[in-house]
Structures are given as C-alpha cells and as structure tokens.
Design a protein around this ligand. Sequence first.
Ligand SMILES: Cc1cc2nc3c(=O)[nH]c(=O)nc-3n(C[C@H](O)[C@H](O)[C@H](O)COP(=O)(O)OP(=O)(O)OC[C@H]3O[C@@H](n4cnc5c(N)ncnc54)[C@H](O)[C@@H]3O)c2cc1C
Length: 498
Amino acid sequence: MKKVTIIGSGIAGLSAGCYLQMNGYDTQIFEAHNHPGGVCTSWTRKGYTVDNCIHWLVGSSPSDNFYHLWNELIDMKGMQFLDTEEWMRIETPDGRCMRVFTDIDRLEQEMLEKSPADEGLIRSFIGAARKFMGFRLPIDKAPETYGPVDGLKMMFGLLPFMRQLKKWSSISIQQYADRCSDPLLKRTFESMFIPETNVLFVIMTIVWMHKRSAGYPIGGSLEFARQVEKRYLELGGRINYKSRVAKISVKNNAATGIVLDSGEEYVSDIVVSAADGHSTIFDMLDGRYMDTKVKGYYDSYETFPSYLLVSFGVARKFDDYPRIIILVPEQPLTVDRVSKCEGVMVRIFSFDPTLAPEGKTVITAMLVTGEHEYWDNLKRTAPEQYKAEKNRIAEKVLELLENRFGDVRSKVEMTDVSTPATFMRYTSNWKGSFEGWLWTPRVGFGGMRKTLPGLENFYMAGHWVEPGGGLPTALKSGRNVAQIICKHNKKKFVTSTP
Ligand SMILES: Cc1cc2nc3c(=O)[nH]c(=O)nc-3n(C[C@H](O)[C@H](O)[C@H](O)COP(=O)(O)OP(=O)(O)OC[C@H]3O[C@@H](n4cnc5c(N)ncnc54)[C@H](O)[C@@H]3O)c2cc1C
C-alpha cells in the first residue's frame, strides 16, 4: 500500500485524503493548526461563535453536480442548508438602497426600478444569468486524466456557452461597474465580489443562488469542516495537528517525505501539499522546482486581498434584516495607512441560532486591505499600537452599526478583531490572501498545473492551484489530485458515500 503525506487539513487537504483513502492509499495529514478547515473556520468568544468563512456553499442542493461530490464526503441529507431571498442590500448615505434578490426576475425588476438609466447594462447582465441557467461545470474528472473522448465531450458540453463564457470572463466587475451611470448600481456591482474578479464569477454565483444551490450550512464553517474531518478519520486517515511542515524531503528529484519544524521526519512514497503555495514552493522546496511559468504566477498574478474581521456579540435580536448589508459611510472608513473602505460588508447572523445564545446575535464586518505587512509588522514590533489600532477600527465599526440600527453599543457583550496578522498566523496564506489567486480576466480558463517541473511524486491541491478559490473548488482540487495519482499508478479511481 503506497504511503501519502498530505500537508494541510484545509478542505483541499481533507478532500485529497478522503479520496486517496477510498482508493487504497495509506495517508496521513500534517497540519500546523490544532483543528481542521484552514480558512474555513470559526471561533468562540464569550459564548458567541464568530464565523470566518462560508457565505454560500455551491452544491448545497441536488440540482447541482457539486452536491454529488460533497455527498461523497458528507452525508448531505443530514445537513441543514439555508437559502436566502436577498443576497445583500446596499445602503448609501443619501438614503437609497438596492436589494440584491437571489431570484433573478425580482433582481432585474429591482435594478430597473432603482437605476432605470442603466437599463442596457442591467438587461445584459441578467440576460447572461438566464443563459447560464442550464450550464453545468464539467467537474467529474480531472482534466489531466482526460482521454480524447473526454476532451470532445467537454468541448461539446461547453460549446453552446462558449461565446458567453469568453465575453463575461474577459471583463472585470470594476470595468462593468464603471460603465454604470447610476452610482447606486455602480456600488452594487462593486459590492458583489472583489472588483478585480471577472463578471462571470458573479453571474455564476447569482445563477447558483437562484437555483437554491448555494446555501449556508447551519452550524457555520468549523462545524462544516469537522464533517469532512470525520469522514477522513472514518476512512482510516490520520491527522497530526500542531505539526508544521518545514521541508519536503527530496531524493533524486522525487519527493520522499517531509520534515517538521520540530525536526521529526516522515517518509512516504508521495507528498501532496494542500498548504499555502508560496511557502510550499519557495520555503519547503527552497525554490528548486520552478520554471518561468510557475515563477510568473508568483511574480505577477493578483491575489485575493487580506482583511480584518470585526465582530460583536450583541444581546438583542436583529430579525428583520437581510444577512448582508453593505453600509456606505459618508466618509470612507480608514482601515490602515493605505486602505480605505467605501462600503462596509456587515453580516447579521440572526439566521443561524447555533452561533449565539438565545435572543442574542453575532454581527461581523469584513474590511478588506492590501496591507498585510503593515499589520504583521505592527503586531510584532509595536504590540500596544497594534492593540490601539484594533480598538480604533472596532470603535469605527460600532459607530456605524449604532447609527444604522440603534441600540447596539449598550448591548455589546463581545468584541473581537482579527487582522491580516491573525489570518497569516493561523492559516499561513501568502500575503494574508483569503482565497488564493483572483480569477481576473487575465487568468482566463487555462488552469494551473498541480505538479512542479522536475519533481516526481509530488502534487499540489487547493486554492493556490485553482484561481478563484472557494470550497467546492478545494473539494474538486483534492479529488482531482487523487484521480491523477490513481491514473499514474494505473488504478481505477473509485468513490463511495458515507
Ligand atoms: C472570509 C472568507 C470567506 C469565504 N467565503 C467563501 C464562501 O462563501 N464560499 C466558498 O466557497 N468559499 C469561500 N471562501 C474561500 C474558501 O474558504 C477557500 O478558498 C478554501 O477553503 C481554501 O481551502 P484550501 O484547503 O485550499 O486552503 P486553506 O484553507 O488555506 O488550508 C490550508 C491548510 O494548510 C495548513 N498549512 C499551511 N502551511 C502549513 C505547513 N507548513 N505545515 C502544515 N500545515 C500547513 C493551514 O494551517 C491550513 O489549515 C472564503 C474564504 C474566506 C477567508
């Protein structure tokens, strides 16, 4: 039985582990942190659970093919997913508001009513969403394992959508937003996702939400990750927590195992890194296995930014609000020395009663920043100032919430601020990026290799080899690596359900 070492117990690492176990490999995971999930995590403070990750999980209903993959890892029938009528609401200081409904007919009506001057842009955007209703991503097989028939089948399936795929992946959200004449519609597009991402990403998200296949799992992100961890352990996998990998051992240009920070060595036939891409390539392998293509990603591709998560546990209910409100303050909120936040994304977690005691609510605000180094340096070199900055931000957000909802300040029982320094410490993601590579128009559909040039018995999985990131992508990435390994070893890839 071949031994496989997997680095990282994020969703990609757990997925690779599950599928390799299903296929008769003897795997063990080494994880720096003390629990599973990677960025898909939550934490508890004073009886309140702060959820870091899942806004929506693609594949939450059987109408989507991702459901069937999730069902190989989790008993999906036993999960409770919550869909929403209103994805988000954008409120501007002039008293205007746009409701982003998940039903595209209602969304079209709302946009036309609020921003009639931009009818052409609205109809084109909604029209594209209607066209993609019948689109299914080809996810069952790793492209690296395709034979000629698979390639033809894939092309045939994509053909009716080719023109639309090309059109909407070639323009960024920001470029589309800039065409709007109404500032409210512009702000709406800008708020839907990271503005450098292509518009296709948002269109597909709306399609999934419309089809009720992008729900939120009750219990939150860590609970969700624990379900996948459970499956991995039941399949016979082993996880070594608090085990940071320092080096990947290599002999004759083939990976032979790993060395931990502690100096302990583990030998295996194959190594899969589902950890941060930059530290895998440049630290664990000392940059020895690279070509201009791989180097080019790290030199010039854009990453998802980092962020601060400001959270409050509030001793009251917030029943009649959508899950996400984008609050646009009169003056942009200063996050740090370069980043200003023009629209603050506030999540009101009334919809998940498991996260707060009865009658109480968790509210979080996510503030995006490109200044991961500033926060990291501040934490290390000036802890008092770091604390003061965190307090300043918390106060700013609280002021915003008080102005919008009233009766918040006096009811706050818990305040928690995580920064890019926190995120990097706990997840080791390069630059504190929350989702790996941005799927910008430049990136296109090429995909990234899951191997490194010149290195045998080594594979990579997760959001550093899958532009756009995301949980279903992490699942698919781990599954694909298992398929590639099986093909290499001339094994038929098999799956099972819990
Ligand atoms: C705020 C936020 C919101 C998001 N919202 C959504 C959403 O709504 N829907 C969605 O689909 N996706 C969402 N995502 C994205 C999604 O969660 C990620 O893309 C996905 O979980 C990435 O999984 P991964 O396994 O590739 O990487 P990670 O989760 O980063 O896992 C990597 C693991 O490797 C470990 N590791 C790193 N270095 C080492 C080392 N040297 N030794 C040992 N272990 C190591 C880390 O500790 C970590 O556990 C969100 C992410 C964030 C942060």
